[in-house]
Design a protein around this ligand. Sequence first.
Ligand code: ADP
Length: 982
Amino acid sequence: MTAHQLILKQRAELLAVLCGGGNAEPLDCVLDLLLACEVLVWEDYLSIRVAEKPLCSNVRHLLDVVYDKGEDACSLFLAAMNQVIPEEQKAGLCFGKECAVVDKNRPDTATLTLLADRPVLVRKLRDNIDRALNALLTTGCFTIKDCDAVQLPVYTPSQQVRRLLDQVRFKGETAAKTLLQYLEQTETTRPNPEDKENHLSANCLLYQKKLRSSVAAQSHSLSTYGGTGRFSLDDIYTDSLLEVIDGSGETLTLGLEDVVGPLGTLNEEADTILVSGEAGSGKSTLLQRLHLLWAREALLTNTFLLFPFSCRKLNAEQRELSLKELLFLHCCWPDRGQDEVFQFILDHPNLALFTFDGLDEFKQGFTDEERHCCPTKQVPIPVLLFNLLQGTLMKGVMKVATSRPQAVGPSLKRYLRKEVLLKGFSPGGIDCFVKKHHSDPAMARRVIESLQANTGLLSLCHIPVFCWIVTKCHQELLGGQDVITQTITDVYLLVLQHFFQRKSPQSQGVLGKAWLEEHLDTVLKLGQLALEGLEASCYVFSGYELQRNGLTEKEVSQGFLIYCNDLSVTDCKRYEFLHITLQCFFAALYVVLNRNIDRSAVSRLFHPQYRQLSGLSQRCLGHCIDSSVEELESHVTETPNLQITAQFVSGLLSQRHHDLLLECCPIAVRERKVKQVVKSLSKGMQRHFKSIPRPVEGEKKSMHAMPSFVWLIKCIYEMQDNSIAQDTMAKLDVEHLKLTYCNIGPVECTALAYVLKYLRNPVGLQLDNNSVGDVGAEQLLPCLHICHSLYLRNNNISDEGIRKLLEKGMKCENFQKIALFNNNLTDACTQHFALLLKSKQNFLSLRLGNNNITSQGAEQLAEGLSYNQSLQFLGLWGNRIGDRGAEALAAALKNSTTLIWLSLVDNGVGSAGACALAKLISQGKTLEQLWLNKNCISREGVECLIEALKMNSSVQEVWLRGNNLSPEEEEELSKQESRLIF
Ligand code: ADP
């Protein structure tokens, strides 16, 4: 097909790619390239890129112009598209034959040179527009007005460069020469790191000092340790697991220093970095650590000013503010030269960093409907915040925001530079945290041992807030409870008990059995405050509100509420719960223990979409409720909290806590609530089951679970009632359960296994792309007997996790397939697979791609394979088994009567390996597909394969792309044997 035809045929797709997301950058890049290779002349460009017209109409016009210019122009356009658009958007598009760009002489005028070099210049000048403008200004080529027009904050740095180039062209040859001279100079002179300092005035330096010291004071200690004075952040901070998914879909592990760095950047034009993680995963603490290290000049050394914001505190800001007021009122007030300091920030956006903690707690969901770019105009806080995040306001200032994943919708995602996933503590991190917490090594050891003996609890400790509670409440934990601590409700009851005990008059003594009843009054008052707060997205309370709820000073000082740690200038004390999860727990206690609560309270928690604000919360927390905020929008922030509350309600109503609640709540009321929960859970599950589509003929009946499915499973787990789990699962009839990208960590694995073990028929459980890890893998054991297949691709599992999984798997009759692509497996795990293959003569599929298995591992696998007569699929793509490994596998498999598919792609296999595999072909009767792409097989090896294929009729394809063969050899050899694919 000609390029001409390709453009016509793919017009809709090309349009979609260039207009997708409303981002004009791809179009601008294509235009740069077309101008440079003279497909477009200046007049074309001006007629295409009309700012007043919608992006799509610009793109349509470009397609028309290029089409009219004939075949060469069309192929150069397709080549430009191929260069500009990211790989993941190319699927399905055809760019035609590669076209050679004709080498032209260097242009003879400066203006034309700027045009020919435009794509490179946009990249080069992006980071130093200021200096280029300065050069043009001092030589009189530009006026201040010209500079201002170029640097309007609505434009991205690349757009600013294009405007600069356009303006230079407009000014003529002298301006173009000046710019070229400037560029030549910058090529030869290295930037002087001192420059930044030289431009700083005394006022700016003074302000920086003040900001640094207030940020240091604010971030020095953790609020959960507030008041105890025992730990500074330095003493207790433990590194958590941080990951990003890069452009090619690969997961990268990050260090704290990489959060504000280039690693994992997906959108160069955006400058908001999102750190996302579940409640309690350590988002605020991570930001706090960044703040502290910046304040000490130990990290982010290129950041001159750092402004930390808390979204929950911004919620309380009723005034309209300008950017300047936001920065100075909410962070730190400059004692001198306010205008000068603010101007410095405006002039040097790249030297400032804003952080926004808890975007999910901001009462209004993100929208990009209202544009605002003026730093001095007063606007409502949501407008200010959203425009900062989008980059409409203060383009170039790096922003780091934290949020729970559920609260980030597609409208915000398009403005993200990258998303960093915070996965909590690793197993080593848990140990390290416990050791830091307990200065007595013997005590630390006891706590660690008790965790290892209770893997359900250990899996909870991956979430730092749970780890903190478990460590803090070690006495209660080690003191022997009636109920084994294993659910999050158990953990929060522990902390409740701990705080009451700490303040009880018989302080050293143990609380009596009726401890909850003794403190019922306090619990209910805190619970009411918590619930009303959650319903109104209100997490900060004034002293007046506490008083109105009847909370006495003594109750406030129990420790559940803490003072807000705040940089802003306010004169009244404000309080918040120690952690949002504790607020949810108190809300749940209120729902369960209040005899008079409205009958629909329980079901409202399980169906938040039908929720109305209760009259009470409207009255008491009036300031939190913004009447302009649509009910629907505010759900974005509330739903995850109400879901956690529902989980606690399920846990509190568990039969296990019956005795504790006995005197606090009449049995009949409790029973009614239990029924309501069970009904809601069952209904919720039914809704999921109903969404299962009918299977297409020949395909498995499969269910793709939604995140709320996992939440319901977690609620069932909290109830710890086998019959509820059993009844629910009896109604699920699928052969395949898909839970990919569902944020499944060890905690979720515990709950899943608890519930899925009651499935009636075996399923394939697909958990690819989660964070199962070794602890999670172990948690899955109780449901392994009902899994015919287990898919755990990309889950951070290592040899130890596999050992435990296979030990059990060997004994499970149904267990027949496992996929472990992209984990941390080494040769140390292959002996376990060998044992599995030896002992399980119905095992069908083993996929171990992209791990670290070498020839030694392959030899061990071969040992098991030689005894196996069931395996059909063996995948080792992307390991390092080499010739030795291939020889061992071939020898073990040559008598196989079952193997259909074998992949040794990208394994460093040479001709010796290929010749060994040839024997497998000549003797085997079942093999259909052999994948040997990306190895180093040469002609000799392929000839062995050809000889063997002459004796074999079962093999359909042998893939040999990317080996040591010339195109001529490939052509010749494929003529000899048509089943070879090069
Ligand atoms: P999130 O903001 O994700 O809800 P937080 O940062 O508030 O979570 O963490 C809750 C608690 O867990 C903290 O107050 C602290 O006690 C503990 N914690 C979290 N992250 C860490 C960490 N990296 N090191 C030590 N303790 C941590």
